[in-house]
Design a binder for this molecule. Structure first.
Ligand SMILES: [Zn+2]
Length: 76
C-alpha cells in the first residue's frame, strides 16, 4: 500500500529500486530496507510513518478480492 493505492510487490520494488542497488538485483525486502534506512524510517513499526511517506503492507483484513495493483493491474 502506498498513498491510497495498492501495488504488488514487484511494482513496489521497481518504484523504489535505488540506483545504487540496480546491479545487485535486490529483492523487494532488500529495496525497502535500504530506502527505509536512507529515510530514517522504521518500516517494522507501521505506526511510526504514514502510507504517503513509505509503503505499508496490506493487512489480511484490508485485502479485498477485487483489489488490483495500481501499476500493472495484476490481481493482488
Ligand atoms: Zn504491479
Amino acid at each position: 500500500m502506498f498513498g491510497e493505492q495498492a501495488y504488488c510487490t514487484d511494482c513496489i520494488r521497481d518504484l523504489f529500486l535505488p540506483f545504487d542497488l540496480i546491479d545487485d538485483d535486490p529483492t523487494v525486502e532488500q529495496v525497502l530496507d535500504f530506502v527505509a534506512r536512507e529515510r530514517g524510517i522504521n518500516r517494522y513499526d507501521e505506526n511510526s510513518f504514514s502510507a504517503y511517506q513509505f509503503p505499508k503492507p496490506i493487512g489480511p483484513e484490508e485485502q479485498l478480492d477485487s483489489e488490483r495493483c495500481g501499476l500493472c493491474h495484476r490481481k493482488l
